[in-house]
Design a protein around this ligand. Structure first.
Ligand SMILES: Nc1nc2c(ncn2[C@@H]2O[C@H](COP(=O)(O)OP(=O)(O)OP(=O)(O)O)[C@@H](O)[C@H]2O)c(=O)[nH]1
Length: 401
């Protein structure tokens, strides 16, 4: 067996908020592939919810909720990978689910710049899940100067596209989105699907990632020095509502930059910088497109954790009204809730105006245990979110302490 063949294949699953990444992970884990797969989950939002939504399986799931995989927790990613690699013989594959707001480039770089990881793993493919109904508005979004459009980046770096949620669109809309995708990533293979269901042979062990292809388009792709150009404006600033500081957070006002750090708002491009095109879809893959990686700080998350049980009718009314009124700005909402009179966990999932309810009796997590503290957890991600208003209006749905 060749050295390459012994390496653990890594699949990076990316795609905008609510595209169907967790749906894909669940589907893969539950198919009969006979493989031992470890999953690394990274979630955007103040409160981790996805761990409650990924089905319980024999597979191992590692969460990284303390920041975005492409910035603050890249060190965590390297640590988790190194831990997993110690058990190399017992593991057939690793899947990494990035947040819906991750730029895939720094995640991809991890597999080529860290020596131990480079030696033990091989990046099998970057799979990008696309919500065919909603992607256009995110590709169209005009970003402030220097801010990367994550939706464009995710499409640009895909080795395969899963054109998902085809049950929600017409054939014309599907063709329109396919055309748009090909305009960003010319040769990419597009797999059409509903509920992220695609033949596993087309997704795993496909050896679709090509560093040469990337380097042909962007010779500086692996240049870590350049990576330091990227602005670290990540969601709400340190000390602001919504910014979840953790032990790894170095983001404070007195952060002393080192000689490599160009992390300032008024970073002036030097003469090596040809960064003309990072808003231009056709150049999304090109020179420096990934380096000036600044997230859109208008997009924030509001997390609510509150004990008690909700009245189902009030809850329904509240959420329906909220999504109706705020749908365009409310990219993603999800929650795990306790409802008065029921021992089931109730889960809601929102993507813009679309809302879906399910319960633990339908397979969404497990019921509340006897004596378990009934803690409702909700996360909203979007623009112009009003924390006080959201918290107060949810509180009004609670009828049992
Ligand atoms: N109608 C429809 N809904 C889908 C499809 N695939 C996924 N969904 C729903 O879309 C919602 C979001 O799916 P997830 O798999 O959680 O999306 P995600 O990309 O992991 O979301 P984030 O982790 O928040 O970025 C859920 O309510 C899914 O049930 C599909 O093909 N059609």
């Amino acid at each position: 067996m060749s050295q390459e063949a012994k390496k653990i294949p890594i699949t990076v699953i990316t795609g905008f908020l609510g595209a169907g990444k967790t749906t894909l992970v669940n589907y893969i884990l539950n198919e009969k592939h006979g493989k031992k797969i470890a999953v690394i989950e990274n979630e955007f939002g103040e409160i981790g919810i996805d761990d409650g939504l990924v089905m319980e399986t024999k597979e191992e799931i590692f969460e990284m909720n303390n920041g975005c995989i492409c910035c603050t927790v890249r060190g965590d990613l390297i640590r988790i990978l190194n831990k997993l690699l110690k058990r190399r013989g017992k593991l057939d594959a690793i899947m990494i689910e990035t947040t819906g707001l991750a730029n895939p480039a720094p995640v991809i770089q991890t597999f080529f710049v860290d020596e131990d990881i480079k030696e033990a793993c091989v990046l099998d493919a970057v799979l990008t899940v696309v919500d065919t109904k909603h992607i256009t508005q995110h590709l169209d979004e005009v970003k402030p100067d220097g801010v990367v459009n994550e939706a464009v980046q995710q499409v640009a770096f895909a080795d395969k596209i899963l054109l998902n949620k085809l049950d929600l669109v017409t054939d014309d809309q599907k063709l329109e989105v396919s055309k748009r995708i090909k305009g960003i990533n010319k040769g990419v293979e597009i797999l059409e699907c509903i509920q992220s269901r695609v033949d596993l042979d087309k997704l795993l062990g496909i050896n679709a990632f090509s560093l040469d292809k990337l380097l042909a388009e962007d010779p500086d792709f692996l240049d870590e020095g350049k990576d330091h150009h990227h602005h670290h404006d990540h969601g709400p600033a340190h000390g602001q509502p919504g910014h979840a500081c953790d032990a790894h957070c170095h983001e404070n006002k007195d952060h002393a930059c080192d000689s490599h750090c160009h992390e300032s708002k008024d970073h002036a491009c030097d003469d090596h910088c040809h960064d003309h095109g990072h808003h231009d879809e056709h150049h999304a893959h090109g020179h420096h497109g990934h380096l000036h990686h600044k997230h859109d700080d208008r997009v924030t998350s509001v997390g609510i954790q509150m004990e008690g049980s909700c009245d189902m009718a009030k809850l329904n009314e509240w959420l329906s009204k909220l999504l109706q009124e705020r749908g365009p700005d409310l990219f993603r909402s999800k929650g795990i809730l306790s409802v008065a009179g029921s021992n089931d966990k109730h889960v809601f999932q929102g993507v813009h105006m679309l809302l879906q309810f399910s319960t633990s009796s339908e397979g969404a997590g497990r019921p509340w245990l006897e004596g378990e503290k009934r803690l409702n957890k909700i996360v909203f991600i979007g623009k112009n979110l009003n924390r006080e208003e959201l918290t107060a209006s949810f509180k009004a749905c609670i009828v049992q302490a």
